[in-house]
Design a protein. Structure first.
Lengths: 376, 376, 376
């Protein structure tokens, strides 16, 4: 009983933390809305207006405008139609709608900003250098944690890179000290609606995200500039070369969080390092140094942190000059007997995580995680 | 012809050595009988009496007791019914019957002796420390060689550990200097009956033994405290973490003994270390140091011999605190595409060994082994 | 257009170089003909005569001999029947015919020359030492590059070694500084006929060559005495132990030559070293030192170059004393779940190479290779 009460208390506590995270997503979405290439139609604009008002004000609190103020009246009606929707729900609906709008945008032609980076990917910096395409986790204040929008954007960025005949090699790296701290735990904020629905949606998103890496037809290279955690580690098992700074570390604390492996690491890690060394990492949360990760085959080469980018970038630029067909066909051969198995384990892993995310183990472990963070 | 005569001579020599081994099993069985939880019924008691007499005395050598001594008469009849059964056969029947009795016992609730260890496992010491269960090879005078009874008891101990909700992690280690010298070659003593039958029985036992490791649903950790030989090495390929003393060594002298790999090592070793490094170990009897075994991925970490237990035990105790469901589900994912293949290769390996054990290669190699031991 | 012209020019240049290579094969074939065990029948002799004349002289340039000179007339008729066949085509037909004749010869009993080596394998030195059979690349002036004839002879030498009950282990090594520089690029000389036919023939040859390694039932050991390139590296993934000199290097420049992996390396290399380390080698032409190749599991052990042969030879000789049945059955177990997958990937790799060899990528890359060589 004591335990249960602690859970409930912790759960409320978690909700408060998560609301601040929803608020943050809501603010990002507002920025994002400004950069849409195509202006939304009037119906969508009304929807955006009403969700924004419900989010910031709550239930409609003014009188219905008169018949002659047709625009004001349409806005009021739309806001009013949201009834008792909570502010949290409204923010999430707003975020979701903006995401849909920018998602359909990102399939159009690429636009470059002043610094030569591709636009429209908040939290990511996407750069083209000749036949090289560099996707950079770019949220250094949050240790490059991957939020829901970034998952979606990476899927779309990979799809563009796969189709672009001028791209031969795609690189992932991070801005600042971290490669990536992995899944943004504030993604768990999406537990408005039932937990079950949220877990299932997250499962589908994860499956599609990992699937995009499995199916990516051109070489993928990781330049791991610093610590990597969770899914930013497990994904490496699907890469075609992994270069790491000597300050990089690798940790997958699944069981500590009541969770289970993802990104096909249940299959790739034992293939790479054998069952015992994989077990220590996947089951027992072992944190690997760059040296250990190289010895276990997860990392290809290590470079000194100070010269990491200046040594690895010329290397991958050289690779990007190789005949693209040979690269694609070579990768196709390597994956010919593997990709079916990867998709199968990806599905199994996601199904299990959907169950885990709804389990007491996981909820309690995540609360403990936040509590211990709060103490520091 | 010369070669054949040497074989026959060696074979007789082998029989003498093996008789001493049967005698030993017979003595162990007598001890074991005293610790049965449930008293055998009267029919079984009579059977045990008659086999004991035939074993120690031989064919009945007294007159049938008179009609009034009903118990004496029943005993005499039972003994007499064994006719010309040899003493060796009688000992083996006795051992077999005691094993059956204690086997059916071991599924009942666990009992603990004064030192906190579970009872009823001669040659093994089984200890529970919180959610950790430690199965210890405990026959240091025989370098922790695994005899037929230990094979059976380990299957049963694993079955109990799998079902016990209070056990999260199971550890194997050894008492004394050795981890285990592997298969007790005096198991080959069971060649009363035809060699064919004995080989087939041993094949079934081995298949079930290895099968219990394949199917074990919770993490298995090996604490390899010293030299490991044969099946105590090959089994490691099925473990989820392997910690080794820096004095541990690893050797699988299959071909030197005219045999072939077992415990799925035909599949796990190439998966762990690649075909070439596995070939050297599985085909050419290469003995690995702890360092080499770690470099090849068979061992996870090495610890100084002096502090081996004091460093590894806290580690595995910490692991045992992790949420058991996450551990079980993580292992299930890792094994989802593997266990069918493991069972298949296990069967193939056992079938091949049943053939090998009946081959001249093997019989001669084992005799040479005993001869060379005798010379030292 | 500029690019195309360069291709055509380069292509002509390539043809000149290749003609010198055809001439070389033609000369070797003449030597080879002298060592046939069985004399060809008269029809074959006539065919050989006419192809030789067409090769060296061209179209028949004398009058038809009179009716009484029956032999002279038969020769003239045969030569005349070749019509306008070019000298290049005639040389290739001649080489092909001699190969067929010596191919059918090599299945007969083995003959040994003065230095104890088996005869009839130009470019190879095949030696028997007890139960050891050593196949040595023996074309040091061409860095032990493997030409078409050597591919065929190795298939036949492996077939003999597999069947010979006195052979337990087969070793590959090289004469001189190199292990092997891989595929003899002058094999591309066989582009008389259409390129398509030549590519398809080469694809069949490669498939059968690699297939012979996949199916070889006894342990295969490589003693890599020096640099290894291309197929002499990828084949190592099919070996059961690989010993290397510390001066050996390992390179597979597929994509640099517009090609794709062969010899099942698409499957074996990721199995041995993981996807990322394999990717660097198979996609990005990474040249490995002996130490790196050992760390990645491609090499079993490294020995100092000065004592390489004197240290490794006693080792493999000792292995060759092990019971051959145990070796064969052990290897059979290891390969039981693997060989079907190896044959499948072998076929896929060959199909892809047949496509690649006809691609502009590949033709241009090979021309660049020859040009850069010419510049040195």
């Amino acid at each position: 009983m004591l335990r249960l009460s602690r859970s409930i208390l912790g759960f409320e506590n978690l909700k408060v933390r998560m609301m601040s995270s929803i608020t943050e997503s809501f603010q990002t979405a507002q920025q994002r809305l400004k950069h849409l290439k195509d202006e939304p139609d009037n119906t969508t604009k009304l929807k955006l207006y009403s969700l924004f008002k419900q989010s910031t004000v709550g239930r409609v609190n003014s009188k219905r405008p008169g018949m002659l103020d047709m625009v004001g009246r349409a806005k009021w009606d739309s806001w009013n139609s949201l009834g008792d929707m909570t502010q949290g729900e409204a923010m999430q609906e707003y975020v979701k709608l903006v995401n849909e709008l920018s998602g359909s945008n990102s399939t159009t032609e690429e636009t470059t900003n002043n610094s030569g980076n591709l636009e429209g990917y908040p939290g990511l910096k996407i750069e083209r250098r000749g036949k090289l395409r560099i996707i950079c986790f770019d949220k250094p204040k949050k240790k490059n944690a991957i939020d829901t929008q970034m998952y979606r954007d990476i899927v779309s960025a990979l799809s563009v890179a796969a189709k672009d005949p001028e791209t031969s090699i795609t690189v992932f790296t991070g801005t600042g000290d971290y490669f990536s701290s992995g899944n943004d735990l504030s993604n768990f904020a999406n537990i408005e609606g039932t937990i079950k629905e949220a877990a299932e949606n997250a499962g589908h998103l994860l499956r599609d995200f990992v699937g995009a890496f499995i199916d990516f037809p051109k070489p993928l290279i990781a330049m791991v500039n610093g610590p990597a955690v969770g899914i930013s580690v497990t994904l490496l098992g699907l890469f075609d070369a992994v270069y790491a700074s000597d300050k990089a570390t690798f940790q997958t604390p699944f069981s500590a969080l009541g969770q289970t492996p993802e990104a096909c690491s249940s299959l790739t890690f034992p293939n790479i390092m054998g069952l015992a060394k994989a077990g220590e990492v996947l089951f027992f949360n072992k944190k690997l140094t760059a040296k250990e990760a190289k010895d276990r085959g997860l990392v290809t080469e290590i470079f000194p942190d100070a010269s990491f980018r200046s040594e690895t970038l010329p290397l991958v630029e050289k690779f990007s000059q190789l005949p693209v067909n040979s690269l694609v066909y070579s990768k196709e051969l390597v994956r010919s007997q593997l990709n079916d198995r990867l998709h199968k384990i990806n599905q199994q892993e996601c199904d299990r995580l959907v169950e885990r995310w709804q389990s007491a183990d996981c909820i309690e472990a995540i609360m403990n995680f936040f509590s211990s963070k709060a103490k520091i």
